[in-house]
Design a protein around this ligand. Structure first.
Ligand SMILES: [Zn+2]
Ligand SMILES: [Zn+2]
Length: 256
């Protein structure tokens, strides 16, 4: 088990929590409320991390090893030199993440799980961990097929994960990044200003800005939306009741 992704995301989480304390975009939450929110989201994240690491990670490793052994998948057929193959693998997997996220919004059965992420009433770095375990398990099971289909090597998958978590923590953070800087970064990478629109309670904004690392997938597929962040109200209109913001509420929400 490679511990680098965990170390990198812990450092980035600590940094983002610190910066969003110094320069928050929304300052309407007292500290106890912010702490309660963080503990809930991180508790859900810990449950997910434990289940995925101890039950499913070995399956992902086996699937990648099987693909490497049998040289199956698109990238092996392209026969690229190692450098371009790594870049192509990174791009292809990020495209898969875009499509998977979009499917979570468009297929009702998947949305039942994914809406747990969208019921968060206040976005900050800890929101990056608020996902229902059902969504995480479904995503991992699909990866068992996607990895050998694309022909992604295990080392390249670990490298993708190494960068994915920090970007996801960053774009959920409550950091008040100046628009000029945000605009330059989001030419390539998903930024807080871009992802906050995805957490808006206005349905056609919820169903936009699906990208994970590279922002250009939304521009290419015409799902990119912009909006003044200060006017955004986070969450889902039908799940505003406080009971959906408890750990029990989050875990049982898909059955509602
Ligand atoms: Zn979403
Ligand atoms: Zn999000």
């Amino acid at each position: 088990m490679d511990s680098r992704p965990l170390i990198v995301q812990t450092i980035v989480l600590g940094l983002c929590l610190w910066i969003e304390s110094l320069a928050p975009l929304f300052m309407d939450r007292p500290l106890p409320q912010r702490l309660r929110h963080g503990v809930r989201n991180l508790s859900i994240g810990l449950i997910n991390g434990a289940v995925l690491t101890f039950i499913f990670w070995k399956m992902v490793v086996s699937s990648a090893h099987w693909g490497e052994l049998h040289r199956t998948g698109l990238l092996y057929h392209l026969n690229l030199p190692r450098g371009p193959e790594r870049i192509a693998g990174f791009l292809l997997f990020d495209l898969w993440m875009y499509l998977w996220h979009r499917a979570n919004h468009e297929l009702p059965a998947f949305w039942r799980f994914h809406r747990v992420h969208h019921t968060d009433p206040a976005l900050d770095s800890t929101s990056a961990y608020r996902f229902h375990i059902g969504e995480m398990v479904l995503s991992t099971l699909l990866r068992l097929a996607v990895i050998p289909l694309l022909g992604i090597r295990l080392a390249d998958l670990v490298f993708y994960e190494l960068l994915l978590s920090p970007v996801i923590i960053f774009h959920h953070s409550n950091i008040a990044l100046p628009e000029g800087i945000d605009r330059i970064i989001r030419l390539l990478i998903v930024t807080p200003n871009m992802h906050r629109v995805h957490h808006s309670d206005v349905p056609n904004e919820t169903n936009s800005n699906y990208s994970s690392i590279f922002s250009f997938w939304d521009r290419l597929w015409r799902t990119y939306r912009r909006r003044d962040n200060a006017a955004i109200r986070y969450g889902l209109q039908e799940f505003r009741a406080p009971r959906w913001d408890t750990i029990f509420g989050m875990l049982t929400l898909p059955a509602e």
